[in-house]
Design a protein around this ligand. Sequence first.
Ligand SMILES: Nc1ncnc2c1ncn2[C@@H]1O[C@H](COP(=O)(O)OP(=O)(O)O)[C@@H](O)[C@H]1O
Ligand SMILES: O=C(O)C1=C[C@@H](OP(=O)(O)O)[C@@H](O)[C@H](O)C1
Ligand SMILES: [Mg+2]
Length: 172
Amino acid sequence: MNTIYLVGFMGCGKTSVGRELSKRLEVPPYDVDSTVEKDRGQTIREIFKNEGEEAFRNYESLAIRQLPVQHAVVMTGGGAVVREENITYMKNNGIVIYLKTSFPVLWSRLMTEEERNKRPILLTSTREEVQKLFNDRSSHYEKSDIEVITDQLTTEEVCDQILEKLSRLNIQ
Ligand SMILES: Nc1ncnc2c1ncn2[C@@H]1O[C@H](COP(=O)(O)OP(=O)(O)O)[C@@H](O)[C@H]1O
Ligand SMILES: O=C(O)C1=C[C@@H](OP(=O)(O)O)[C@@H](O)[C@H](O)C1
Ligand SMILES: [Mg+2]
């Protein structure tokens, strides 16, 4: 099995769905954000604060390339696809799945203190700025191999749809 890469905007469920999907497929899950945090010995928030977003993007790109391209589920961060070479790498090495969620649903999922604190961009941007980021990134996510609309679905149902779409394509 080629690695499955989950992409989509912050709050679409990449981390939660990836955990569940990896259990169902009986392969290990790798969260790119957690990989970066482990590699650098700092939280994402600390990296943004101490070294800036560009340094984080470099670590994120390296982490994607250091994870297995077989028998794994990789959960990316929402900004990973902005570097064109990252989505090209993921599509060449595995199957890229876009968890598509509308902006109001994302915003409501991200409004708790806990979710905001994990994501430095949310701490320094207005709703309008985050909405613009969402609009700007959508065309990058659309390059994925498969798309699942998550607005009305639980994480389990998102997994069901992913598995169904993979089996229809004879991938899993
Ligand atoms: N399908 C869903 N329905 C409801 N809440 C969800 C769903 N997917 C994720 N969430 C919630 O949204 C928040 C962000 O989820 P997370 O998996 O961290 O997203 P991401 O990794 O894409 O940023 C978490 O509180 C999570 O429980
Ligand atoms: O969209 C982004 O630029 C980011 C998304 C985050 O991951 P999630 O998409 O898992 O929240 C994390 O990589 C970082 O805070 C930056
Ligand atoms: Mg995540």
